[in-house]
Design a protein around this ligand. Structure first.
Ligand code: 5AD
Ligand code: SF4
Length: 487
């Protein structure tokens, strides 16, 4: 359904009748109900009510926040960027402990704010809220929070907010899992020219260090028709680049009765007229098919970039991590991809300090890094997540050892990626202009197909345009360039 159609459907809802039982009509009903309350309050205050969403974590959360903002806007909140807002929503992450600590830190600071400003509302949602211990702690130590919901029922946000507006107690609604995918809810996009599109939710892999399968539930693929319709609508609104999102996009469609692969989905997306670039993440190496490599190779729109998390180089550790590939299988896969698509840019996620990691295991990770030569890598220090199998494994690695390995890994990755970046110096490439440069307003920043950034002379009229840029000077992980007429 188109955005203006959604707005119209919301306006047509009769809120004197009981709430519809069908979604998304039920939520449209609650949006209208909330809207009345917000309008009244804003009349009393003589100004619009404001809302601010703070997003932690991955692209999935970023996309979820766009849905939350879409609902807030339909309710009538004015979206602002500072935390002096009337309604604050934290969309949380729990993949590493640090992410949780950040949220508790912010909540501590907000306690004072809320005392000064009792009408202010605070909601918490996202992955962290799927953990019982977190919700218990919030109930006990942060009782001023108004609303808590999880990853499976974001679509119910308006209904839950209305319940909170009607009562005077904290509202908590967390679902353990769901099969439900509610389409056609309002959603706001952060960028006019690029957008993230969910293709599937959840993860079935249960890597032993990872909390995601516990907080995001089992894999559920969206119907290809719904995905294509969403993309067509985005393109008609001016979007030229889309990022297909899923925790493990390579198992897309495996939950359908009639199997439909991710590669097939990509072929359909390729046909959308007006769409210029396609990206996707994340790919699990164990599921990356030959069919997908061929589709990427033949595609004119899929960016020459593959994010292929390796996590570790030691086959022994990979087995304990339940990654279901060995070092050799991973390296063979990389060799196959590079042979078929020689100009592909490869990026990865790597973890150091998994329980029992020895210096020999770590050297295997370094060996993979040197053999693959990643264009970029996200490096993480293992973080113990209660409830995962790894949390109770023996031989947790001492902090000093982990830090030392982390520094060595980082140095290696940085030196390789700087060398690779340098290789393209002097070439002309197509870039999508994303923004005016934050430091120098005479420059704009564009993204290459391989995901690297280039800064060059230009103004905001170029935003959202695909232009050819000569990569004049490599600056390590980005380029300074100049716009040229022809590729
Ligand atoms: N500790 C550290 N890093 C983790 N990741 C997932 N779980 C953990 C953990 N417990 C990393 C993995 C994954 C990325 C999104 O986060 O590398 O690919
Ligand atoms: Fe976590 Fe593994 Fe699933 Fe990725 S594939 S989300 S690391 S369990």
């Amino acid at each position: 359904m188109r955005e203006d159609t959604i707005t119209r459907s919301i306006e047509e809802i009769d809120i004197t009748k009981p709430a519809p039982t069908q979604e998304p009509m039920r939520q449209y009903y609650y949006i209208r109900k909330c809207r009345e309350i917000v309008q009244e309050e804003s009349k009393k205050l003589g100004r619009p009510l404001t809302a601010r969403t703070v997003t932690f974590g991955c692209q999935m959360n970023a996309r979820d926040s766009e849905k939350i903002v879409g609902i807030l806007e339909e309710i009538g909140y004015q979206i602002v960027e500072d935390e002096k807002a009337d309604f604050i929503i934290y969309n949380t992450c729990t993949v590493r402990e640090n992410a949780n600590l950040k949220v508790y830190g912010r909540l501590g600071a907000l306690k004072k704010e809320k005392k000064k400003n009792p009408h202010m509302k605070l909601a918490l949602c996202g992955c962290m809220m799927q953990e019982d211990v977190v919700v218990e702690k919030i109930q006990k130590s942060y009782s001023f929070v108004d609303l808590i919901f999880g990853t499976h029922n974001i679509f119910k946000f308006a209904e839950l907010l209305y319940t909170r507006m009607q009562g005077d107690r904290m509202v908590i609604d967390i679902w353990k899992d769901t099969n439900e995918i509610v389409e056609d809810l309002p959603s706001e996009r952060k960028f006019s020219f690029k957008a993230g599109v969910n293709v599937m939710f959840g993860c079935n892999n249960f890597c032993t260090y990872c909390i995601v399968p516990y907080v995001r539930g089992r894999e559920r693929s969206r119907n290809p028709k719904d995905i294509l319709q969403e993309i067509e609508k985005l393109v008609s609104d001016g979007v030229v680049e889309i990022m297909l999102l899923g925790q493990n996009v390579n198992s897309y469609g495996k939950d359908f009765e009639q199997p439909f692969s991710f590669a097939q989905l990509l072929e359909e997306v390729e046909k959308v007229e007006g769409l210029k670039r396609i990206r996707f993440m994340t790919s699990h190496p164990k599921d990356l098919s030959d069919e997908l490599i061929q589709v990427m190779k033949q595609s004119k729109k899929i960016c020459k970039h593959l994010h292929l998390p390796v996590q570790a180089g030691s086959s022994r550790l990979l087995r304990i991590m339940n990654r279901r590939y060995t070092k050799e299988q991973y390296l063979d896969l990389v060799a196959k991809i590079k042979k078929e698509i020689p100009d592909i840019s490869l990026t990865t996620d790597i973890m150091v300090g998994f329980p029992g990691e020895t210096e020999e295991d770590f050297m295997e990770t370094m060996d993979v890094v040197r053999k693959v030569r990643y264009d970029a890598a996200y490096t993480f220090i293992y973080s113990k997540r209660t409830g995962t199998p790894a949390a109770t494994m023996p031989d947790q690695v001492p902090e000093e050892v982990v830090k030392d390995r982390f520094q060595r890994l980082l140095a290696e990755i940085q030196s390789i990626s700087a060398e690779l970046t340098k290789e393209d110096e002097g070439t002309v490439q197509e870039v999508l202009v994303e923004e005016v440069n934050g430091q120098d307003a005479g420059l704009v920043t564009g993204r290459l197909s391989n995901n690297l950034l280039v800064h060059f002379k230009g103004d905001d009229s170029l935003i959202g345009e695909l232009v050819n840029v000569k990569l004049v000077e490599c600056k390590g992980f980005y380029y300074m360039g100049e716009i040229v007429a022809e590729a």
